[in-house]
Design a protein around this ligand. Sequence first.
Ligand code: NAD
Length: 264
Amino acid sequence: MALLTGKTALIFGVANDHSIAWGIAKAFHREGATLGFSYAGEKLERRVRPLAESLGSDWIEPCDVSKDEDIARVMEKAQARFGAIDILVHSIAFANRDDLSGPYLNVTRQGFMTAMDISVYSFTALARAVAPLMRPNGALLTLTYIGSQRAVPHYNVMGVAKAALEASVRYLAADLGADERRIRVNAISAGPIRTLAVAGIAGSRALISEFSKISLLRRNITIEDVGNAAAYLCSDLAAGVTGEVHYVDAGFNVGFPLSDDAGG
Ligand code: NAD
C-alpha cells in the first residue's frame, strides 16, 4: 500500500512547477493522498490550477497568509469539501528584495516585520486554523534553510526568520503533541534549489552551482528529493518523529567533502 493512502493533504505554496511545494505535491499524489491546493493570489491561479488538476485536484483556493480573514475562509472551504484533514504543508516565505542583498545591518523595521509575518507567523496561524479539522496522527510540515544556523551571504533577514520558524516548529510540536490526536510538526531544511523565491536572493545562482562541489554527496538537491522526504515525514512511518528539522541537503550541514586530490 502507498504511504499516504486515505490521507488528505492541504498544500500551501505552489507558485509554479519549480516550487518545492510542487515536488511535495507530486510525491504525495504518488503515495495515494487526496490533495487540496492554496496559492498566494489571483495572478498565480493561471499557473497553479492546471498543475493541481494534473494531480486530480479541483480544490484550488487563494489565500494570502498575511490576512487572517483569508486563512479563516480557506479553512472553512477545506472543511466543507474534505471534512477532516490529515496533513498541512506550509511552503511559503517572503522578504523584500532589498533585504536579500547587502548587509543584514540595514534591514528596516518594516522589512523585518514583513519577513517574520509571512515566513514565520503564517505557519503558526495556519496550524491554529487547521488544528480543529485534523484527524488523529495528523502532520504539519514547513520548509526551512541552513541560513537559520549560519550567516549565509545575503540570506540576511530570511535567516533570522528561519531561526524563528524552526523554534515555532518545536513549540507547535509541544502544543499539538499534548493533544490526544498526537499531531506532529516538523520542518525540512532543504539545500538550495533554483525557484522563484531563491531568484530574489543576491548571489543565489553562484551558491547553487557551487553546492554540487561542497555537499557530501556532490550533487544538488531537487524538489523530488524534498518531496520524497516530506512523504515519509507526513506518513505514519514517522509516527514517532516530531519537532524535528530534517536536513535534505546532500549532507552539507554535517561536513565538507575531501578534496579530489586528498588521496582518499
Ligand atoms: P517558491 O517561490 O516556489 O515558493 C514560495 C511560495 O510562497 C510561493 O508559492 C508564493 O506564492 C508563496 N507566498 C509568498 N507570499 C505569500 C503570501 N503572502 N501568502 C501566501 N503565499 C505566499 O519558492 P520555494 O523555494 O519553493 O519556497 C518554498 C519554501 O521553501 C520557502 O519557505 C523557502 O524559504 C523554502 N526553502 C527554499 C529553498 C530553496 O533553495 N529553494 C531552500 C530551503 C528552504
